[in-house]
Every structure is written in structure tokens, then in C-alpha cells.
Design a protein around this ligand. Structure first.
Ligand SMILES: *Cc1c(COP(=O)(O)O)cnc(C)c1O
Length: 243
């Protein structure tokens, strides 16, 4: 089922495309973090990518992630990224245990994360998920609420806001998606100017931008993505996990 050679070849292709996209806009390819999205993929697939030097992996579901984190506990320098909506009662299972949480997506969740980080005396790097298109099917704060979220996060000692995350309206046509990437970057620049002096927040121009998936990461890089989240282009189609 898992073919390490296919994963190795896919990974090489994706890295190559990342490098090309970065060089095309005079960015340093090394500053673009590839997060291999491994949801619904077995631990063996993660091992195969790890063997090719991949260290950052993204998961969406707490139970599935915990299972894999257990299976892969010997890979001590593996970095987990949490990408999915975090129910409040599961916050404590994730805070302080992942490298980067991409999905602060509602105020109650943010409060619970802050409380939990404070209680455990951990520092958790987080990204604010923004629902730029105001899609009712998606989570994330609206553009209008972003300032409020940023202020709340700036006052949360255990949470370190690093930047923004975007799940734009899904469209296979990259040209339809591209403007959303530009808007997220513009928002981050404005937030950096307006709030960057709060000691706990990134300065203007230093905000991380998590945007771009398998079919559109090159466009996201052209618009300033620092983290691209790529699943199927590395691992192939997602499968229902059995056993
Ligand atoms: C699944 C997922 C991805 C990866 O999508 P692909 O199209 O498989 O690359 C990226 N980001 C998030 C938030 C996801 O849930």
C-alpha cells in the first residue's frame, strides 16, 4: 500500500517545484517550510517521507495524530503541525505538544488554548486562521475580527502568535485562488504595522503565512507563503485508515 519509492519521487518533485517557485520571485527556497500533510495516511508513509529528510508533518484529527505520534515516537526530531479544528475538550491534548498550531479559529478556542498553555507553563506557537471569503462552511476569524483576535493573542502569555493561516475557497483554477493569497499577505502586513509594537507579536514583514496546498502552492509562494501544506502531491490520494 505504502510505496516508499513513490513517496520519495513525489517529495523530490514537490521540493523541486517549491525551489522553482521561490527562485522565480527571488525568494530563498530554504525559507519556505514544507509541511507534509499526512492525515489519513498510515505511519509507514510518514516514515518513508522522514527517510527522505522530511521533518514537518501536518495532522487534522487529535486521535489519529496521537496514534501516529505514538507509533513514531522514535523519530525524535519530527515536528508535528496541527491543522484541523480543535474542539475545546481536546485542546489540552495538543497544546504544548506540537511544533505549530495552524488553526486558532474561534474566540472560545483561543481562550481555552491560552488557559491551557498558561496552566501547563508551555509556550505554543500558533497561527490565526482567517476566513477571508467569509464562507459559512469554513472556520476562522473574519478579516474584520482579525484585530480583536490579534489583541487577545498578544495578551495570552502561553501562546505566541507567529502569523496567519488561510484555507481559501476551493478552486482547481489557480488563477481564481491567487488573489486570496495576496490578500492574506496584505492583511498580515497591515496587522504587523498596527500591532507589531506589542512585544509579543511579530513585526511587520515577519509574519508567517501558512497557505497553499497540493494544486496551488506555487502561487502561494509567489504571494509570500512561508509554510505550504501539501498532502496528496506527496502521499497520493487519501485512504480510509483501517486498523
Ligand atoms: C488536507 C489539508 C491540506 C492538504 O491538502 P492537499 O490538497 O492534499 O495537498 C492542507 N491544508 C489543510 C488545512 C488540510 O486539511
Amino acid at each position: 500500500m505504502v510505496d516508499p519509492q513513490v513517496i520519495a519521487a513525489n517529495l523530490a518533485t514537490v521540493r523541486d517545484q517549491i525551489a522553482q517557485a521561490a527562485l522565480a520571485c527571488a525568494r530563498d527556497p530554504l525559507l519556505i517550510n514544507l509541511v507534509a500533510v499526512s492525515k489519513s495516511q498510515p505511519a509507514a508513509a510518514i516514515r518513508a517521507a522522514y527517510a527522505c529528510g522530511q521533518r514537518d508533518f501536518g495532522e487534522n484529527y487529535v486521535q489519529e495524530w496521537q496514534q501516529k505520534a505514538n507509533d513514531l515516537a522514535d523519530l525524535t526530531d519530527l515536528r508535528w503541525h496541527f491543522l484541523g479544528h480543535l474542539q475545546r475538550n481536546k485542546v489540552k491534548q495538543v497544546i504544548g505538544k506540537v511544533h505549530l498550531l495552524h488553526c486558532v479559529d474561534d474566540m472560545q478556542g483561543a481562550d481555552e488554548m491560552a488557559r491551557c498553555a498558561w496552566q501547563n507553563q508551555t509556550n505554543q506557537d500558533v497561527l490565526l486562521q482567517v476566513n477571508l471569503a467569509d464562507e459559512s462552511s469554513k472556520r476562522g476569524c473574519t478579516e474584520a475580527d482579525a484585530d480583536l483576535f490579534v489583541e487577545v493573542l498578544a495578551r495570552s502569555p502561553g501562546l505566541k502568535l507567529r502569523g496567519l493561516m488561510l484555507l481559501p475557497p476551493y478552486d482547481l483554477d489557480v488563477e481564481a485562488v491567487r488573489p486570496w493569497f495576496g490578500r492574506l499577505r496584505a492583511l498580515s502586513e497591515r496587522l504587523g504595522r498596527d500591532h507589531g509594537r506589542a512585544g509579543n507579536l511579530p513585526k511587520a514583514g515577519q509574519w508567517w503565512l501558512s497557505m497553499g496546498m497540493s494544486h496551488d502552492f506555487a502561487a502561494a509562494i509567489a504571494q509570500g507563503a512561508t509554510h505550504v501544506r501539501v498532502g496528496t502531491a506527496i502521499f497520493g490520494e487519501r485512504q480510509a485508515l483501517t486498523g
